[in-house]
Structures are given as structure tokens and as C-alpha cells.
Design a protein around this ligand. Structure first.
Ligand code: D41
Length: 585
């Protein structure tokens, strides 16, 4: 070997070693400047002697030519998925199942790991060299993303140390750190390009770039969690020691892997990690618990696509991915039409979710959503789930654009669109059955007239059969009519008549709220009642005095004036007060 070539080889080894210290052990021994100087020297030498450039050279991480498509990779051993549990009780059932299968072996050890919220990949090392990397895909066939994986600095192009098997598949998760994610979105905002909704999607989008120089600019990281095919070598006898061996070969593992000896210790680990979750610097969505001994794993085996010996114990989450099956347009009590997404049923923290709101047409246009798309839904607290993003990458060829309605889906009247597409409305006011139903449901509700027993099913029938068109009509219902409806017996009909009579004695706040004026919620109604004291002075109010009431601005003040300018509404109020005898205490 020439002197020059020998020197180059040593220089590369030195750089690789310092990369390992920096990226994998997180313990650099030299400054960034020293590292840059070595890299510069290497680049100059390689320029002079291109014949000495090797595939594992630190200068060769980013390939020059973008791909046209990703080729397919058949995994030598399927990449299994993980079964999930969401609570302690279900976790304990897993523990019990395992122990039963092993005839109550008391010496069971579990290897507990973080569940990184990234993308599972397979790295194929032959004679210690990274020769192929692929996505998990469906577990059987993935995509060849070798060029992109090579840009991830924490992934060694060549393994170091002893006893490296001839062929080994290393499996792990590629993810994006919070810092990398923030930086990417800040840039995206500046250049008006795609903003990612979370680090996982950002990592996925970055890994699936055909041009590795783009992937190279994204800060992706990697931790390994397991292995696939192996030949010409031996691994330790348990999961924990395997991971430690991988670390010795220069592969990154995280510092939170722990052994637990019973379910209490596992539950403690779960709580500990849950508390640390926000300070890790990257997203995790739970922990993974694995039977530690490989021989016991083999004994326990797997079902269909996931091993029986491992489980993902997930944290309560807010987001989930599912399929958008269709969009229906729902007419509310004030005639406002809202798009409602019909989803493939999914589960967030144990709650089944079939529908989500899309707010308005503008939101649909902003998301660029199609029917058939894969979408991310979010459910925070008790609020209605909403669609927060679309995974355009996964759009199927049969996807359909969304047709916005021209006519009301309930009464077929013309629909009016606001200029900015935020509000669309049925123009048929109170003759639209949907609006009639909506107005009635609101009128009888707990904070309004509180008519107990007048449920949605009763109201739907009353409107459908034309017994009730406006809110005042409900006070003309009698026992004969009610008892002939479905979902109501003789006793309940009697009770409902009593409830109707009882509701006639109410408060001004409840009555104002019950009218269902746009923007007048329970608190505003209470403010109005306090300010005006009597119904008459409220009805005859003007804009100027309305705006003196706390929390009332131009919009709501105008809604109130417009409401009483409609003769139809005044007739209803008059009927309720003078004919039916509603009075206030
Ligand atoms: O951190 C993870 N996301 C993680 C994923 C992990 N720590 N361990 C895992 N172990 C497995 C088995 C038990 C099947 C080897 C996994 C995954 N699988 C996995 N990730 C995506 C699909 C499967």
C-alpha cells in the first residue's frame, strides 16, 4: 500500500472514531474545529486521489444523484409490529398471559425500552459494512432508502469492534429531535413550503425524499431496538445484552433501557418515563416491554404479525391516524352548515371515534383534503375530534375531491357562502327541518327551558310528522300525540306533559338563552337579563344600550336586533308569553 493511501486510511479511521464518540456516545474528545480540519484534509486528499475514495468514507454520506423511485426490498425476516395496551389493567393481563404460557416462571425478566415515535427501519450490514437500509413498509416488503439512511450521522457506515457477524440486520427507529423539527418548520415557513404537523411526519417526509441531499439537511436520528436476520456470528442470550453489544459495535442505543423483574417495576418504569417524557428532546408515545431472554421469546412465539413476548404500553395520546371515508354536510340550528368527516373507526385513549369536524370549507381547502385520504385526527380533552393534517404521500389513486354543496342537504334551499368561505348557511331559516330540530333541541335543553324527557328521538319524530314546526308548538302537544310516538310510553308521556307545564315558570336568563339567538350563550343571556331586568325592555333595546352589556360587541348586538326585526320571531315570543303563559321569577 502506498504511503499516501495508508495515511488516508488512518485519517478516515480517526474521523470515524470521533464521529462515533460524538454521535453515538455523546462524549466528544475533540472540538468541532478540530473535526472540521480533519474533514477538510480528507476532502483535499480524496480530490487529489479519487481512486482511494471508499464507500465508508465520511465524505461519502450524501450521494450525488437523486433517485427516480425507491426500489422494493423483501425483508429476509418479516418486521413484526407491536401489540398495544393503554392502561395498567391491560398491561397486567399481558404479564399474566406470559406467565401462564411459561407455567408461572417466577424468574422472568423484562427489558423495558422507550417507544420512539418514529419510523422503523432495517439496516443490513455485511462484513460490518452498511450495504442496504429499508423502511418497514407492510412488514414484508419495504422501500430501499439506503442513500437517505447514509446521511444520518449517528448510523455507522461500518461497524467497529469484535465478533461482528458476517451478515446482520439491525432494526431501529428513525426519528427527528424537537430541535431539528423546530428548525425545519421555521425554514419551511420562511420559504413558504410544507409545514409538518409533528416530528414523526417530518421524519417520514424526510426519509422518503428521492434526493438524499434534502434528507441530509434534516436532522434525523436513530436508535436501535432489535435485530432480524443474522448469520456467521453469535448474539448474546438476551435482549438487553444484545443492545449493549450493538452499542459496542458503534450503533446508537438510548440511555433509558432498563431491566425489570416484576410487573410493579415495569409500572414504575412506565410512570418514570411518562414524567420524563417532555424533557427527552424527542417524541415517544409509550414504552415497550419485552421478555428479556431470547430462548423464552422463542418459546412464547408470535401471533399473526406481532410477537406475543412484547407489548407497547402507550401513553394517553391525543392524535391518531385514520382514513377519511366521506364528508357529510350537517345543518345546525341557526342554518350554519358544517362539514363532518366520516372516518374509519379508530380509538384514542379507549374512545371510539367515527366522526370529526372540519370547521368549514376554508379549512377543507387549506388542508387540500380528498375523500380516501389518510388523515391525522386529534382529540384534546372532551372536545369534538378534529382533522389536523393530511398525509398526502398516502393518497390512493381512487381518492375523490370534495364537492361543496349548492343546496341544503336537508331542505334543498339555496345555500349562501360567506365571502371567505368560513360560513355557509341554508337560507330557508325556520322552514328547514334541520334548523327546526336544532332550534327545538336547544330550546328544551338543560340550560334553556330544561324540559326533561324531550329527547332527540322525540323531537326528530315531532318535526318529521309535522306536529311541531316552531318552538312554541311544543306547548300544544297533548297526551294523545305524545303517547303514539315511538320510544315513549304512557308514563313518560304523562311525565313529559308535566315537564312542559313546569317549564312555563322559568327565569329571564333561561328564556333569553332558549331563543337561540346567534352568539347568545348562557353567560351572555345572564348578562342581558341582569341588565334589562324585563323581557320588554330587552326586546325594545337598541344597539347603543346592548353594547353596554358586558361582553357584547357589534356582532352579537346586531344579531339580537336582527332577531327581533323578524316578524316570525316576535310572533313566537308573543305566543310563548301571552298565549302559553311563560312567566319569570
Ligand atoms: O422504539 C420503538 N418504537 C420500538 C419499536 C421498540 N423500542 N421496540 C420495538 N420492538 C419490536 C419487536 C418486538 C417486534 C422487535 C419496536 C418494534 N418492534 C416496531 N416498531 C415498528 C413496528 C414494530
Amino acid at each position: 500500500m502506498k504511503k499516501q493511501q495508508k495515511y488516508l486510511k488512518q485519517l478516515k479511521k480517526k474521523i470515524q472514531y470521533h464521529e462515533y464518540l460524538y454521535y453515538t456516545l455523546n462524549a466528544p474528545e475533540i472540538s468541532d474545529i478540530q473535526y472540521d480540519l480533519m474533514m477538510q484534509e480528507l476532502k483535499i486528499l480524496e480530490n487529489k486521489h479519487p481512486e482511494f475514495i471508499t464507500f465508508d468514507s465520511p465524505t461519502q454520506r450524501v450521494g450525488a444523484t437523486p433517485l427516480k423511485t425507491f426500489s422494493q426490498v423483501h425483508h429476509k425476516i418479516p418486521m413484526l409490529s407491536l401489540d398495544n395496551v393503554f392502561n395498567e389493567k391491560s398491561y397486567l393481563s399481558f404479564d399474566k398471559r406470559i406467565r401462564n404460557r411459561l407455567s408461572n416462571d417466577n424468574n422472568l425478566t423484562f427489558c423495558c425500552e422507550l417507544k420512539l415515535d418514529g419510523l422503523a427501519v432495517n439496516l443490513l450490514y455485511k462484513h460490518g459494512k452498511l450495504i442496504q437500509a429499508s423502511t418497514r413498509g407492510d412488514g414484508i416488503i419495504g422501500e430501499n432508502i439506503t442513500a437517505n439512511i447514509r446521511t444520518i450521522r449517528t448510523i455507522p457506515l461500518i461497524l467497529i469492534g469484535d465478533n461482528i457477524p458476517k451478515i446482520i440486520e439491525i432494526r431501529g427507529e428513525v426519528f427527528m429531535t424537537h430541535i431539528g423539527f423546530k428548525k425545519l418548520n421555521k425554514n419551511a415557513k420562511y420559504y413558504n413550503s410544507k409545514i409538518f404537523s409533528n416530528p414523526r411526519n417530518a421524519a417520514s417526509g424526510s426519509l422518503r425524499q428521492l434526493d438524499p441531499s434534502i434528507t441530509n439537511k434534516r436532522s434525523l436520528s436513530f436508535f436501535c431496538y432489535g435485530f432480524g436476520y443474522i448469520t456467521g456470528g453469535q448474539l448474546p442470550i438476551n435482549q438487553y445484552q444484545c443492545l449493549m453489544q450493538f452499542k459496542k459495535w458503534g450503533l446508537p442505543i438510548n440511555n433509558y433501557i432498563e431491566l425489570c423483574y416484576n410487573s410493579k417495576e415495569v409500572l414504575d418504569y412506565y410512570c418514570k418515563i411518562k414524567n420524563k417524557r417532555l424533557n427527552l428532546g424527542f417524541d415517544i408515545d409509550g414504552i415497550v416491554v419485552k421478555v428479556n431472554e431470547l430462548s423464552l421469546q422463542k418459546k412464547i412465539g408470535f401471533i399473526a404479525k406481532s410477537p406475543r413476548w412484547a407489548i407497547a404500553f402507550k401513553f394517553p395520546s391525543k392524535e391518531q391516524i385514520t382514513l377519511l371515508k366521506d364528508i357529510k354536510f350537517q345543518v345546525g340550528r341557526t342554518g350554519v352548515i358544517t362539514p363532518i368527516a366520516e372516518l374509519k373507526t379508530t380509538n384514542i385513549n379507549g374512545v371510539n371515534i367515527k366522526n370529526a369536524t372540519l370547521h368549514n370549507i376554508k379549512e377543507i381547502k387549506r388542508l387540500g383534503i380528498h375523500i380516501g385520504d389518510t388523515v391525522i385526527i386529534s382529540r384534546a380533552g372532551d372536545v369534538i375530534p378534529k382533522i389536523i393534517d393530511v398525509l398526502i404521500d398516502r393518497r390512493p389513486t381512487y381518492s375523490k375531491e370534495i364537492n361543496f354543496p349548492i343546496y341544503c342537504p336537508v331542505c334543498n334551499s339555496v345555500i349562501k357562502y360567506s365571502e371567505d368561505d368560513t360560513i355557509i348557511r341554508c337560507t330557508n331559516n325556520l322552514s328547514c327541518a334541520a334548523q327546526q330540530r336544532g332550534a327545538l333541541k336547544h330550546f328544551v335543553s338543560r340550560k334553556a327551558m330544561n324540559i326533561v324527557g324531550m329527547g332527540d328521538k322525540i323531537i326528530d319524530q315531532l318535526v318529521y310528522k309535522n306536529y311541531v314546526m316552531t318552538i312554541s308548538d311544543i306547548y300544544y302537544l297533548n297526551f294523545d300525540i305524545l303517547s303514539k310516538l315511538e320510544h315513549i310510553g304512557l308514563k313518560s308521556s304523562k311525565k313529559l306533559i308535566n315537564a312542559l307545564n313546569k317549564s312555563k315558570k322559568t327565569t329571564l336568563t333561561r328564556f333569553i338563552y332558549a331563543l337561540g339567538i346567534n352568539g347568545v350563550g348562557a353567560v351572555t343571556a345572564s348578562n342581558l337579563a341582569l341588565y334589562y331586568k324585563t323581557l320588554d325592555s330587552f326586546i325594545t333595546s337598541d344597539i347603543k344600550s346592548l353594547k353596554k352589556v358586558p361582553n357584547i360587541g357589534d356582532v352579537v348586538a346586531n344579531n339580537i336586533i336582527n332577531f327581533f326585526n323578524e316578524k316570525h320571531n316576535c310572533n313566537i315570543v308573543n305566543t310563548l308569553i301571552y298565549k302559553i303563559g311563560i312567566n319569570f321569577s
